[in-house]
Design a protein. Sequence first.
Length: 459
Amino acid sequence: MNGTREGRRLADGHAGRAAWLRWGPYLADRQWGTVREDDSSNGDPWHAFTHDQARSRAYRWGEDGIAGLTDDGARLCFSLALWNGVDPIVKERLFGLANDEGNHGEDVKELYWYLDATPTHSWARMRYRYPQRAYPYDDLVRINGARSRQEPEYEIWDTGVFDDRRFFDVDVDYAKASPDDILIRVTVHNRGPEAAELHLLPMLWFRNTWAGAPDWAPPQARPSLRAESGGSVASLVAEHVDLGRRRLLVEGPVSWLVTENETNTERLWGIPNASAYVRDGINDAVVHGRTEAVNPAGTGTRAAAHRVVSVPAGRSVVMRLRLTADDPSTAPWAATGPFGEPPSRVRGRRLLRLDHAAVGERRARLDPAPGPRGDAVVQAALLARHGALAGVPPGGRQRRSALAAAQRGLESPHQRRGDLHARYLGVPVVRGVGPGDPHGGAGHGGPGLRPRAAGPHAP
């Protein structure tokens, strides 16, 4: 990266000349049920902090979320939550099995991919696949629990929840206009045969560092969020003793749902809550219609911008946001508005500034629109990274043919699994430990993706 603008950004970040590394995808995919939050007396984090508790219980050592972004101290956190109108809970974080629930051990049962990023996270893209049917929480636990270690794992695609392509592909793009000015674009693709409704809930909150902090870290002053709405742009003002003032700007119309990042002790342990507004208040307001669960004054430490969208079959809907330290009235983009410089434009500059010789010309140029299966972006990122299209010039019949052939090999998690790993990833399949192998070990899942205990990831 030497000599490139991205290389200079990276050097400035490491040298402390500019805080290009202050914000990044540092939010955990899964914080619940891990040793990071284990306060059990017997070293059993899976049951000491369960997925069911996660929406109601304030974390201490970290946070988690889908497509998450946070500062380098995990103080102010952003992620995307979703609700399809039929799930029993808002989809705020990844679901998985505890160590004794999976027939091959603990495993996250979701489909998501990290598609691309620059080293300073000046550009990053992630995709999450969310079913339009009810997410099969109980089904996954019950069937995996009934299987032996000699049987394959029961995966999310085995449940039939994605049949007939009734799912949303949700892309989240981040692009930094400056170290403290981050544009965010959420694109919802309806891959199904009919129009479908989706609740979008981008969330901003403070990790709870003001109550029950570790002995070596004295409690901090309580931060605050304050919702403001006006015209076509909704604003959430965040105040923190270390981070100062920041704003989350959202392209309207949205309704703000604001609560406190405090544990719902009444739900978990039958102990009266210290606050009228608790961590799962947003979930209860959306799923159960309990508007009294969120603060009508629009103040607190955990908030979501709520928008309901109806996405036609085969079409997409875009939501734009901006997390910034700038005052909107005096910011460089004040004349054009906070969304005058879309992430796509910033992203184009970021990729063009990456030296082609350093990261490969094909990676900067290859970005096909989703194909009929809706997987072309995932596949293109995977193939470009691993050189499957090396030597094939961008555009034209040759490139289209090569990509089409690659797509055919990647279409199904059950097709040509070993051949895919060997040809495209260079990963040998060893029975019992191979990524995505139906007989693989705990935590390996996802079609043609490298193994990792947290679930299926793109390279």
